[in-house]
Every structure is written in C-alpha cells, then in structure tokens.
Design a protein around this ligand. Structure first.
Ligand code: PRP
Ligand code: URA
Length: 207
C-alpha cells in the first residue's frame, strides 16, 4: 500500500532539496531531517505494552513500545542519510546494508554488497532510499530481505515516480511504501522528473 506523507514541514524542506542551487551540506542535513519526520509516521503502528512506573508524584500504569525488533536497511549510497534519520528516532534498531548501483546503460540494479543483521528474519525491516525511480533497486533489496527470511518490510523513500511505485507494488504487494512526494514521470535516462537529480551525488558531493 502506498502512503504519501503530506506535511508542510516535509514539503518545505523537500522544495529546498529540489533546488539545484542547494549545496551538499544543506542537502544532506535536510534529507536527515525529513527522514526523522517520516520515521514518526512509519512507526505509527508499533505495538505498545503496559508498564508500571512511578512519577515523582504517584505510581501509574503507562505505555511503552513493546519488544518489537527493528532493523533499518539503507540501499547504498543514498539511503545512508535516511537511515541516520531513522536511527535518531529509533536508536536501538540494528542496521543492514545493501549495496546496489544502477548500470548507466541498462538502468538495471547491480548488487555489490550485502550485510544484514543475523536475526533479520525476526525484525521489522525499514528499507531506506530517497529515490524510487524504476523501482528496480528497491524491489531487488526487498527480494534480498525476503530470501533472508524477513516477512515484515516497509519501504521509506523521499521522491517516487509512478513507474517505480507500480513496479514495487506489483512485485511486493505486502510491503507498505512511504514517500514524501509522487512526481510526474521518468526521463529517457530513467531519472525522476522533476525529481532532485542524482541523490547520491548531491549527498556526497561527487557530481
Ligand atoms: C539511485 C538511488 C536508488 C536508485 C533508484 O542509486 O539512490 O538506489 O538509483 O533507481 P531505480 O528505482 O531505477 O532502481 P544509484 O544507482 O545512482 O547509486 P548510488 O546511490 O551509489 O549513487
Ligand atoms: N537515481 C537518482 O539518484 N535520481 C533519480 O532521479 C533516479 C535514480
């Protein structure tokens, strides 16, 4: 299921990111901040359990997040800043890394690295990647997680193209997709239009 997270703070920050005059430092910081805000929505259905505590005034029955195990799985490179934002909200989450790059000619994802927490099959995995273009990278990353036994997966992106959302939804109807904006289309190089350019290059200053 697709969730487009609509919030003025996110929209404002994303507009600054899209601007081609925004530099690397600001771009990276904004992606981190938006990821924190999106994490708030993505974790909305985490189960709570009753606990008994004592305030300075009186004992009370309160609630805390129950022992749900989480993992955040950035798709390298661009997913890293989003994972950092998620970890700020959920610091106890374990981290897996999936290295994928898009071949410049075929636009197909190529796997070059994978390291996942040993108990990933018991965890809710949040896959992070700012750009959901053709959907090939996200879909492959989810396949890898499923092969590792993971059954509870959410995808957190910043900007989506209709093609990518459709591709991931078709391949993985069980995975909830969260984006901050749905853009128009892909161009001939499979870049999102209007998008924000090459996310990895803009985050790491490798343009
Ligand atoms: C970008 C982006 C996604 C992918 C999206 O990574 O961060 O991983 O492209 O495209 P898709 O939906 O068509 O698969 P890129 O391949 O440029 O690698 P990088 O992060 O190492 O720059
Ligand atoms: N990868 C990016 O970084 N940007 C796009 O628009 C598409 C793929």
């Amino acid at each position: 299921m697709l969730h487009v997270i609509n919030h003025p703070l996110i929209t404002h920050k994303l507009t600054i990111m899209r601007n081609k005059n925004t530099g690397t430092k600001e771009f990276r910081e904004l992606l981190y901040e938006i990821s924190m805000l999106m994490s708030y929505e993505i974790t909305r259905d985490l189960p709570l359990e009753d606990v008994v505590i004592e305030t300075p005034i009186a004992p009370m029955k309160a609630q805390m997040i129950s022992g749900k195990k989480l993992a955040v799985v950035p798709i390298l490179r661009a997913g890293l800043s989003m994972a950092d934002g998620f970890l700020k909200i959920e610091p106890a989450a374990k981290v897996g890394h999936i290295g994928l790059y898009r071949d410049h000619e075929t636009h197909q994802p190529v796997l070059y690295y994978c390291k996942l927490p040993e108990d990933i099959s018991e965890r809710l995995a949040i896959v992070t990647d700012p750009m959901l273009a053709t959907g090939g990278s996200a879909s492959d990353a989810i396949n890898i997680l499923k092969k590792a036994g993971c059954r509870n997966i959410k995808l957190m992106c910043l900007v989506g193209a209709p093609e990518g959302v459709e591709y991931v939804s078709k391949n993985h109807p069980d995975v909830d997709i969260f984006i901050a904006a749905m853009d128009k289309c892909l161009n001939e190089n499979k870049y999102i239009v209007p998008g924000l350019g090459d996310a990895g290059d803009r985050i790491f200053g490798t343009i």
